[in-house]
Write a protein that binds this ligand. Structure first.
Ligand code: G6P
Ligand code: MN
Length: 436
């Protein structure tokens, strides 16, 4: 079977990494056509130029289509890889800056910035799922649109039967960081992890080569030696420094780095500049590079002379597609309804746990053990605040949005929650549903 895949949010700078990864996996996941779907014509067209170039350079005969029309994007396809960012980088900048200006953490997926993005994202993503259901009801949606727990919760409520798998690369990045820092090969590992998306902990890391849980020795190494972060962007170096600090203070588990925003907002704020956030770094870095690449590719006399390096961001999503198509039952950390996977957490939470992926979809693996009260307490508050946000969205409820913002653990008090909420309502305009 040769697949047609659509990349929703095709104009994203992550598209080339996905396509190059797909090209490497043709033996297990053959493709006859790639479609780039976006609502931003200019960015989608830029990516069309880059992808067309990469396909030619690799001697591929996969056909390419770039479109702004859902019907054209989804009719007759097998898979959608979704990486849409509703409101683009311009709105990300406001998600980060508005809370910062009120003294709270300003972040893309966590805290109130994540909630602002969540409100936009639910609206855009549910429209996307609706289009896919109309034109390609049998297609698999492999989703990594953020903020993922909120997206997963909203899709579950509106389209309970959608063929969707929600995945995040952060746990893979953490494992790669650990493996690179201390000389391990993560292919030998079977990890147990639990949490919500961007809000979880490793329970253990079993290493087949030594037949034991090596998490205690990894924790010791993180504390004694720290991570190797040479070559990483400043923002990630700071993130992993704070992660080391979290491991020192709570040395029983390895946390997801995103917990820094909830456990140490004070440290995060010390490192934040309200006039220049991560969104600005990306505008000045990644987005400028795309424009330069397009220029080079359009003006190249000799195609072999243009070098193009890309990240491996797409690897896990392609691995998932391969596991579905070939019924491999490979193990991935995925974002799924709890239903007992974490036994002592409310069963209607959306959690991130190890799962098997096969041609029928996702089979979550139960932890079979209760999680500690400390983690459970943090997660219960987070689940409730995210659920209130999704309620606010479906019920057009200002009060529930206010409660949701207040309950978020990055927020110092209810007055700050309300101020930020009011500013976000103003800034987001029609990107949000109306709240009364
Ligand atoms: C990780 C997370 C993603 C997040 C990204 C942000 O990959 O898992 O959910 O979007 O980091 O990276 P950026 O370079 O855009 O700040
Ligand atoms: Mn993520």
């Amino acid at each position: 079977m040769s697949n047609i895949i659509t990349i929703a949010g095709g104009g994203s700078g992550h598209t080339p990494g996905i396509v190059l990864t797909l090209l490497k996996n043709q033996e297990f996941f053959p493709i006859k056509e790639i479609r780039l779907y976006d609502i931003d014509q200019e960015r989608n067209h830029d990516m069309e130029i880059i992808i067309d170039f990469l396909l030619k350079k690799n001697g591929s005969d996969i056909s390419l289509l770039a479109t702004l029309e859902p019907k054209e994007a989804f009719t007759g396809i097998d898979f959608v890889f979704s990486q849409i960012r509703v409101g683009g980088i311009e709105m990300r900048e406001l998600d980060e800056k508005i809370p910062l200006n009120c003294g709270a953490v300003g972040q893309e997926t966590c805290g109130l910035g994540g909630f602002s993005y969540g409100m936009r994202s639910m609206k855009g993503f549910l429209e996307l799922v609706s289009d896919i259901q109309e034109y390609a009801p049998d297609a698999w949606i492999l989703n990594y649109t953020n903020p993922e727990t909120i997206i997963a919760e909203s899709v579950r409520r509106k389209f309970p039967n959608a063929k969707i798998i929600n995945a995040c690369d952060m746990t893979i990045s953490i494992e790669e960081l650990i493996a690179d820092s201390f000389g391990y090969d993560r292919k030998n590992w079977i990890s147990e992890y639990y949490g919500l998306n961007h809000f979880g902990w490793y329970k253990n890391i079993y290493d087949r080569t030594v037949d034991k849980d090596i998490m205690p020795e990894i924790i010791e190494k993180i504390i004694q030696q720290g991570f190797k972060t040479d070559g990483l962007e400043n923002n990630w170096v700071t993130t992993y420094k704070i992660m080391e600090y979290m491991v020192k203070k709570f040395p029983t588990h390895i946390p997801n780095n995103y917990l820094q925003y909830y456990l140490y907002p004070n440290i995060v704020l010390e490192h934040s500049d309200q006039n220049y956030t991560r969104a600005n770094e990306i505008m000045d870095g990644r987005l400028k590079e795309i424009k330069e690449t397009v220029y080079q590719m359009q003006n190249a006399n000799d195609i072999t002379e243009v070098q193009y390096e890309s990240d491996s961001h797409g690897q896990y999503i392609v691995d998932m597609a391969v596991s579905i198509q070939n019924n491999l039952n490979k193990r991935f950390m995925l974002i799924v309804p709890n239903r007992g996977a974490i036994p002592n957490l409310r069963e209607d939470a959306v959690v991130e746990v190890p799962c098997y992926v096969n041609s029928k979809g996702v089979e979550p693996i139960s932890l079979r053990e209760d999680i500690p009260d400390f983690h459970k307490g943090l997660m219960e508050a987070q689940v409730a605040s995210e659920k209130l946000l999704v309620d606010a969205f479906f019920e057009n409820s200002y009060q529930k949005a206010f409660e949701s913002f207040t309950l978020n653990q990055t927020v110092p008090n209810a007055d700050v929650a309300r101020k930020v909420l009011d500013e976000f309502i103003e800034a987001n305009g029609d990107y949000w549903v109306e709240l009364n």
